[in-house]
Design a protein. Structure first.
Length: 477
């Protein structure tokens, strides 16, 4: 036990997103003196303008879709028409009210996180922080200010996140040409929304706004939407997009987006144009690392400006760690949180398990969702593991619970090593797949075999029954 006269370990956290929040909380819990600097609010962009509001919007859209699909279950809502015959009413979406709820929810979550930090003893400073060498941080409490407070730190954690990438040929104006941070100012559902970019962000918002009632055109430079996902899973989502009436333009690249009198004009590389009322640019993000003093402190960056970190979130400078989207690691809120905790535990000499990205569970919040963990067909092929692995797919069309709830467009796919039967990966395409992937995440993390997974009792009927069914099909002798 430390003596009362010994100085506490000093930790400065720059940025209060998921990574910074967890780093500050872990530091306080381990007895350090922690200062967290955040310019917008605890939770950062993830809570205030990204993950929390976007997934809440998607949940609203999913609720609307569930009502529309309820007819398959025999649930019918009718009102009498002028001739006395039943007329099914349209679902009305008040986007202004929806957005007001989302922003209020995000703000409340930020306040809850702030209270948790303060209760733990963390000093939270609202302002902008930048490094002053490798053992100090300068804090300006006024935006763009020149007066700085200087605090010294034994350990610095940088968790400043990222911002939407902007193109000079499609400059967002916050009214018609939008980034995903600007969507929550829309007073009503766009009449016709063009989404440029078919990655996770583009696909999620395209799906949500089409469900909310917008005409949606998705411009994809690739052959298939969600190019980074399992091909079979992406195929299910693209078919669902088509079923919803979305216009999916594959192998198309937007070269410019300009304002017109009543909307926008999107020009494609092949000369075609699209006229619409609004355009969402979902073409990636850039790290918020400029002007932080990282280069002066000797911190190594990638060409794109991301901070290079190892599996315990440490940079090449021993006293400086980094977490979240500003690093060259996996850009997920859950990974950022793990990086933040891991960084502090490593800095304070606690037990640390280096982060293995193959154990990370990820989710695409389309309808249905795509959840993944571990190895997949692409990574197996890239690492010459195809011949060593076995896989099995259970379509939800044969799952009794999926039939009961009327949601059979999806599957459970399991990957295991042929020799040992060890589960190494999985893909789930289903309603709320994000909740169903956890058993597979546990299996991958703890190296369970397919027989061990199959021996666990799944409730009957349940969607998780598809997981045990897939595991039984991969039984090894």
């Amino acid at each position: 036990m430390a003596k009362a006269s010994e100085r506490k370990h000093r930790i400065a956290v720059v940025g209060g997103g998921p990574g910074g929040y967890e780093a500050a909380l872990a530091g306080a819990q381990l007895g350090a003196e922690v200062t967290l600097i955040e310019r917008a609010g605890v939770g950062g962009a993830a809570v205030l303008t990204d993950v929390v509001p976007s997934k809440s919007l998607i949940a609203t859209a999913s609720a609307a879709q569930s009502v529309r699909d309820s007819g398959k279950l025999g649930v019918q809502a009718f009102v009498p028409g002028g001739d006395g015959k039943p007329v099914r009413p349209e679902i009305a979406v008040n986007l202004a009210a929806v957005n007001k709820r989302l922003i209020a929810m995000a703000g409340a979550q930020s306040v809850d996180m702030l209270r948790s930090l303060e209760d733990a003893g963390v000093r939270v400073v609202q302002g902008e922080g930048r490094l002053d060498g490798h053992n100090a941080v300068l804090i300006s409490t006024a935006a763009g200010g020149t007066d700085f407070d200087r605090i010294e730190a034994d350990t610095i954690v940088v968790s400043v996140g990222s911002s939407p990438r902007e193109l000079d040929s499609a400059k967002p104006d916050g009214e018609r040409i939008l980034t995903w941070k600007q969507l929550y100012d829309l007073p009503s559902v766009p009449e016709h929304l063009v989404v440029v970019g078919s990655g996770v962000t583009g696909a999620e918002f395209a799906n949500a706004y089409r469900t909310l009632g917008s005409e949606v055109t998705l411009v994809s430079s690739r052959e298939q939407v969600l190019p980074g996902e399992d091909r079979d899973a992406a195929g299910v989502i693209e078919r669902e997009f088509t079923r919803l009436g979305m216009h999916v333009m594959s192998k198309s690249r937007a070269t410019s987006v300009t304002r017109t009198e009543n909307g926008v004009l999107v020009e494609l590389e092949d000369g075609r144009t699209i006229e619409a009322t609004h355009c969402l640019m979902a073409v990636g993000s850039i790290p918020n690392t400029a002007g932080l003093g990282l280069e002066k402190a000797g911190v190594a960056l990638t060409e794109s400006g991301h901070i290079r970190v190892n599996k315990v979130a440490r940079t090449n400078v021993p006293s400086i760690y980094a977490a979240g989207d500003c690093t060259d690691f996996f850009p997920l809120a859950s990974v950022a949180s793990m990086q933040g905790r891991t960084a502090i535990m490593h800095a304070l000499g606690d037990f640390v398990r280096p982060i293995d990205l193959r154990n990370v569970a990820a989710n695409v919040f389309t309808y249905p969702e795509i959840a993944t963990v571990g190895w997949n067909e692409q990574t197996l092929a890239e690492n010459e593991g195809v011949a060593k692995a076995i896989s099995h797919t259970i379509p939800l069309s044969v799952n009794p619970r999926a039939k009961m709830i009327g949601f059979t467009d999806g599957f459970v796919k399991l990957f295991a090593w042929k020799a040992s039967g060890t589960v190494v990966g999985g893909v789930i395409v289903a309603h709320r797949a994000s909740e169903l992937i956890f058993p597979l995440a546990l299996a991958v993390e703890h190296r369970l075999t397919v027989d061990q997974v199959a021996s666990a009792f799944a409730v009957y009927p349940s969607m998780t029954g598809a997981i045990t069914d897939a595991a039984r099909a991969l039984h090894t002798h």
